[in-house]
Design a protein around this ligand. Structure first.
Ligand code: ARG
Length: 450
């Protein structure tokens, strides 16, 4: 592509070192779409005849078909997807293929292709997240009234329901989708026409190319358009955040399926055994999800570090944007799919959840609230309940069986009615709190908005 200036062939080691075709081949549908839009703008500008345009368009469509069908031979010597397609086009349709690159550079080409790729993948990830949310909402509906302990510091805190716990993850995933939509909106502008960095003396209809490719607008500074990889960093962050959410869910499930908790039973299809210990049933899907999240975060770091010292505009370092991008997209799609399947099949062990929530200590705060309702300031109520708790720990008498009035006259007999999980949950009616009524309403709300 640059034989004019060079007297020597590229070293084969440099060829191997610099190629990106081994991974950027998958940009081909976007590269073809971008080239057709570019050729149509050339036709409108009078740079191509209708006949030439038609040859280019059908040549590119044929190449696309061959690549899809696995009948295309990529060549490392042609470095990347852009040059592989262009060289093949010229081979197939002759010299007219050489007109395609007028007023274009691989720099604006790769920037366009990558935006189109990210846009497509954002839509796919968004849909996969919605599918997982639906499964979580179904399970939340099924276990809307199943009481379990809620934890802080991994110590039992207060009673919640399984439905409320699972819906927390639906909220997180909804934020991930919000971030994806936001990223999509920001990246959906077309860099075509920015050339290598400084536009071109040949003015093509940029708005027309953008419209044909489904962009909402065009970029307004050719140098920024070529140098910009912000949208990839954003997407890698969003994917990392989504991975972190699923990793936290994994950690909950790993704890829950231990014998110590015993809250959940994962299906045989989504667990593995041990080659040595016959009794084992391991939550590998959760562990691998947790493990792969490290990779997602690593990919984000990889790109940020590659970008931080680069002068604008294009530097070849930027070719290193694609391996982390492709890896993160593939990884999160796989993680979402497998977790969706596993969560749809899991069964909560409601008896175990209830037993763990049945320690009256979990209602110590409710007892303090009862004192507050009778006029005791909260700080004093906290201290009075603290005394009762200490007495219970010392004497071994459960908190709900102590003679509270003996501890302090502020206690009344009716206050013992707080020691009912049903009452405790039913009282938590404020928006966002885990009463069964609220959880059921939330399940309905999610069903209608998903
Ligand atoms: N394969 C290159 C990349 O992915 C395409 C752009 C090449 N541009 C250049 N000036 N060498 O970044």
């Amino acid at each position: 592509m640059w034989k004019g200036r060079f007297a020597q062939d590229t070293s084969s080691l440099v060829e191997q070192f610099g190629e990106s075709i081994s991974y950027d081949w998958r940009l081909f549908p976007h590269d073809v779409a971008g080239s057709i839009a570019h050729a149509r703008a050339q036709l409108k500008a009078g740079l191509l005849t209708q006949e030439e345009f038609s040859q280019i368009e059908s040549g590119l469509r044929e190449i696309e078909k061959d690549i899809k069908g696995g009948k295309f031979e990529f060549r490392t010597s042609l470095e990347d997807i852009h040059m592989n397609i262009e060289a093949e086009l010229t081979k197939r349709i002759g010299a007219v293929g050489g007109k395609l690159h007028t007023a274009r550079s691989r720099n604006d080409q790769v920037a366009t292709d990558t935006r189109l790729y990210c846009r497509t993948q954002i839509d796919e990830i968004n849909a996969a997240i919605s599918t997982l949310q639906k499964v979580l909402v179904n399970q939340s509906g099924k276990y809307a009234a199943s009481v379990m302990p809620g934890y802080t510091h991994l110590q039992r805190g207060q009673p919640v329901t399984v439905g409320h716990h699972l819906l927390a993850y639906v909220e997180m995933l909804q934020r991930d989708k919000g971030r994806l939509n936001d990223c999509r909106r920001r990246l959906n502008v077309c860099p075509l026409g920015s050339g290598a960095l400084a536009g071109s003396t040949i003015n093509l209809d940029r708005a027309g190319m953008a419209e044909e490719l489904g962009f909402d607008g065009i970029t307004h500074n050719s140098m920024d358009a070529i140098a910009d990889r912000d949208y990839i960093a954003e997407l890698l962050f969003i994917i990392s955040m989504c991975g972190v959410h699923l990793s936290r869910l994994s950690e909950d499930l790993i704890l829950w399926c231990s014998s110590e908790f015993g809250f959940v039973s994962l299906s045989d299809a989504h667990t593995t055994g041990s080659s040595l210990m016959p009794q084992k049933k391991n939550p590998d899907v959760c562990e691998i999800t947790r493990g792969k999240t490290g990779r997602l975060v690593g990919n984000l770091m990889n790109l940020l570090v590659a970008m931080k010292g680069l002068p604008i505009t294009y530097n070849r370092d930027l070719q290193e944007d694609k391996p982390p991008l492709f890896d993160s997209v593939d990884t999160i799609l796989m993680v979402l799919a497998v977790n969706t399947e596993m969560i749809a099949a899991m069964e909560m062990r409601e008896d175990k959840c209830l037993a763990a929530a049945s320690d009256p200590m979990l209602l110590a705060t409710d007892l303090a609230d009862a004192l507050v309702k009778s006029g005791v300031p909260f700080r004093s109520a906290h201290e009075l309940v603290g005394k009762a708790v200490a007495e219970s720990v010392k004497s071994g008498v459960p908190l709900d069986e102590l003679d509270l009035k003996q501890i302090d006259p502020a206690y009344t007999d009716e206050m013992k009615s707080v020691f009912s999980l049903e009452t405790a949950l039913a009282a938590r009616t404020n928006i966002g709190a885990p009463s069964v009524v609220n959880v059921k309403r939330e399940v309905e709300r999610w069903r209608s908005c998903l």
